[in-house]
Design a protein around this ligand. Sequence first.
Ligand code: VG1
Ligand code: CO
Length: 586
Amino acid sequence: MIRILYSRLKAEKLINFSILIRGLHLCFTQMLIKCITTTPYEGQKPGTSGLRKRVKVFQQENYTQNFIQAILDAMSSPSASGATLVVGGDGRYFSTEAIQLIIRIAAGNRVGKLIIGKNGILSTPAASNLIRKRKADGGILLTASHNPGGPDNDFGIKFNVSNGGPAPENITNLIYENTKKCDKYYTCDMPEFDLSKIRVETIDGFIVEIVDSVEDYVQLLKEIFDFEQIKQFFKNNPKFKVLFDGLHGVTGPYAEHIFVDELGLSRSSIQNCIPLPDFGGSHPDPNLTYAHSLVERVERENINFGAASDGDGDRNMIYGKDAFVTPSDSVAVIAAHAEVIPYFQKTGIKGLARSMPTSAAIDLVAKKKGLEVFEVPTGWKFFGNLMDAGRLSICGEESFGTGSDHIREKDGIWAIVAWLNIIAVVNENELGSGIKEILLEHYQTYGRNFFSRYDYEEVESESANKMVAHLRHLISEGRNDFIGKTFDQFTVKEADDFEYTDPIDGSISKNQGIRIIFTDGSRIVIRLSGTGSQGATIRLYVEKYSQNASEYGANTQEALKPLIDVALQISKLQEFTGRDKPTVIT
Ligand code: VG1
Ligand code: CO
């Protein structure tokens, strides 16, 4: 390599010019580092899981560039200079443009190495795994998860740290502070980088490696689960039908590799598995509303095991004939049966956890097994410290997020294969227990936590804030009147705005959701979403516990109706927002 150093830029950095000689080809690769003047944008505040905005917002001049520079500036020990970063995402519209920008800005900031998924594709769990496996210093994930994609919908950028998990609040706050004063960014003149070929390229000391998006992740799952046993179960029970729906998100290629190539299912066992930049025009959100095509087929074709995952592959839904598994139940069932999973046979089960609005079903499993259980705020970032400290093995969120300490993100396909592994073991001798039977047996042992969430999307921010102010008033100034008050059959026992002190680093997170707990143990939680891109989304969560076996088969919405009515009465939601029904019920 011939390097000619020929100038000093006014913007502190050097301009390099290099010529790479490759075999017989002579090619020019220019590393011309430039400092670009920019002006800060307002509102680049990462939410529950990264910065999510409309694509058109990210396409504004320097908007994406500013945010990437703010992320790199937030890195310390090591700083971005010389660091190794993993880059990839769910392949949504604007991803490839964003990756080209990241490559140039990373080079401009003297990042040492980028490890990028082929064609920019990495599911969120696969990215988390890659960060850990390659001991990278972090990762930039391009996804808005379950939010719709396409030119008129959402894009998102998230920063993960070296443990493979979403950056904790102190770092996201720092990123936000950096965006407010971002007046320049460093970039590099470079031709478009070909993301389609697996290879390593070194450009003037800057390394870019394009890796297979699927391979390492599949290997990880094979180490965790008993693939042979699952495969054998399918062979022995050819009538046991499976349907996986990728919702045109990132998991398609992963699912094909795992369910078809490894576990021997037919190709007709997977649907919507071609990733599309706009997810085929729908919400890549695995729930009863948006995964309706899966739900319909499961019911019509008597499919024993249905499952879906979201845009970036970290969420999952488990749905069998006549048996919808709420995410709160799903994580509890997995925890209850975890001993059959080879990974947990090796590591043991260290502790369990859930996000605050998630039902307490998993708490009951922890109690029975004598395990620690943690209640953290909404957002996977809050589980990371507990896992790193060796105190947490399995955890979940009511929002279709389930996972374990094998990585530091929730993991849709992990949860689906965990269920399959459990089913294969439970039915080792003869086929008797499908999803429904496993659920009912769980309720017989632990009782049933009825749970539902109502989402009111794109509510006018001002009215949503007024409603929250009203609730805050009830639990603070109005507290003496509120505690002990009876609404229909429910008497208020306790109410607060959830605050969490991280047991590992002592950091405090305030105002994480209004909780109202009644004397019979039922709960209402109300909080505003931190992932929406337009207006405000109000989330209303209700939970009721029953140990009455005659109720175990009851319909969730019917069982919860009285509690929902009380929630609406206390919050005055309709009065404040004008909404008489939710956008989505899960
Ligand atoms: C939602 C869910 C939360 C989840 C987050 C990210 O956040 O409620 O449980 O961790 O999305 O999931 P919010 O603030 O909108 O309620 V994902 O699959 O978007 O990375
Ligand atoms: Co997601």
